[in-house]
Design a protein around this ligand. Structure first.
Ligand code: S3P
Length: 429
């Protein structure tokens, strides 16, 4: 239980959010299956990425981690070892699904477990295509839920049309494709984040991208690389919204990742009328990054759906809060994927923001929010439900709430942003 700072009068200053979670996971994974040494700087030392390191150590990979500096001694594309222990993925969906893709290509047996939340998240979306490629997978409810066991090897390439725009599904199949005979192709309904494709190139691999179609040829050799991880735009999002809705605020966020498959939050802030500026954009070839400044803004409601959704899927909880401070109605649709995240984020966002007096209702595939509402709490307890992004959204909501508010299960925030409360404290004036 953590008491939250409420009714904040101003947020001002400059911070650097920690490294990108998606890129940190991938840097360890690619490092493990490459030849030679990979050095990662600005690695996100949050619980999810530490789960990835732990799993790869159990697969025989030597990894040294010193805060945000990580060195991975690669084993090569077929050098991982059969683990003697169960691989524990913790709370991390990315670890589970991408690791399954890699294990599908390894001719040994492994078992995966995770926490209570992971046990509810659907895995058939990766286990089915990986079985089609030749992996033997079993698990609870025919391999849809953890615990899972897998015996990989002897994979055949597939051409897979994914029913969901999911980078985890796409990446799992592409990683398996790297170890398969032939060329593996994934076709998505909308473009999802493309960090796997970009990182494959950084490790000397070949990948062909043609619109929504991505192909890799199997049995490629990858070479260890130096990866400098940009700040996580999904973590920055909490302060971008905080800067826009807390009075008298001006926040600059340095070195934030600006990969176009992730910048939906910036498009939404601009469309809603936020005062936001981006400077010093660099690294456009690999993973673009830049500095973002946001100031207190007059906002208006908008409609969010379609191809924009995968570009901001993790930001929807904080966008819901933003919408409570915008004049008019905001509609979020085509986002039923929210129901299978760390929590059912449609249910958890609506329940917690309603308690604070927001005018918000759940729909089957999103939510409808009417603003602008003054949020109020009378010695109230809100809950992260063990979901890091719900916890951070509620801590930002507290900044504009009158009254006293306590957050239950605040420790979940360490999954992606261990220094979140220190950064918030630095900005409160
Ligand atoms: C991620 C992909 C997204 C995202 C998750 C990280 C990744 O999930 O929500 O936080 O690193 O590939 P989906 O692939 O399920 O959309």
């Amino acid at each position: 239980m953590k008491p939250l700072r409420t009714n904040v009068s101003s947020l001002r200053g400059t911070i650097e959010v920690p490294g990108d979670k998606s890129i940190s996971h991938r840097a360890v994974m690619f490092g493990a299956i490459a030849n030679g040494t990979t050095t990662i700087s600005n690695f996100l030392a949050g619980e999810d990425c530490l789960s990835t390191i732990d799993c790869f150590r159990k697969l025989g990979v030597s990894i040294t981690q010193n805060g945000s500096e990580v060195v991975v001694e690669g084993k090569g594309i077929s050098g991982l070892q059969e683990p003697t222990e169960i691989l524990n993925v913790g709370n991390s969906g990315t670890t589970t699904r991408l690791l399954l893709g890699i294990l599908a290509g390894c001719s040994f047996h492994a078992c995966l477990i995770g926490d209570e939340s992971i046990a509810k998240r659907p895995m058939a979306r990766v286990t089915n295509p990986l079985r089609e490629m030749g992996a033997k997978i079993d698990g609870r409810e025919h391999g849809n839920y953890t615990p899972l066991s897998i015996r990989g090897g002897n994979l055949q390439a597939i051409r897979y049309t994914s029913p969901v725009a999911s980078a985890q599904v796409k990446s799992a199949i592409l990683l398996a494709g790297l170890m398969a005979d032939g060329t593996t192709t994934v076709i998505e309904p909308h473009k999802s984040r493309d960090h796997t494709e970009r990182m494959l190139k950084a490790f000397g691999g070949e990948v062909v991208v043609d619109g929504l179609t991505v192909s890799v040829t199997g049995k490629q050799q990858l070479t260890g690389a130096d990866i400098d991880v940009p700040g996580d735009i999904s973590s920055a999002a909490f302060f971008l919204v905080a800067g826009a809705i807390v009075p008298n605020s001006e926040i600059t966020l340095k070195n934030v990742g600006l990969n176009p498959t992730r910048t939906g939050i910036i498009d939404v802030l601009k469309q809603m009328g936020a005062d936001i500026a981006i400077e010093n954009v660099r690294n456009e070839e690999s993973e673009p990054m830049g500095d973002i400044t946001v100031r207190t803004s007059e906002l208006k409601g908008i409609e969010i759906g379609g191809e924009l959704i995968p570009r901001l899927i993790d930001e929807i909880p904080i966008i819901a809060l933003l919408a409570t401070q915008a004049e008019g109605t905001t509609v979020i649709k085509d986002a039923s994927e929210l129901r299978v995240k760390e929590t059912d984020r449609i249910a958890t966002v609506v329940s917690e923001l309603s308690q604070l007096g927001a005018d918000i209702e759940a729909t089957e595939d999103g939510m409808r929010i009417r603003g602008k509402t003054k949020l109020k709490a009378n010695h109230m307890v809100v809950d992260s439900y063990g979901d890091h992004r719900i916890g951070m959204m509620l801590a930002v909501a507290a900044c504009i709430t009158e009254g006293e508010l306590t957050l239950n299960r605040s420790e979940a925030i360490a999954v992606s942003y261990p220094s979140f409360f220190e950064h918030l404290q630095l900005l409160i004036k």
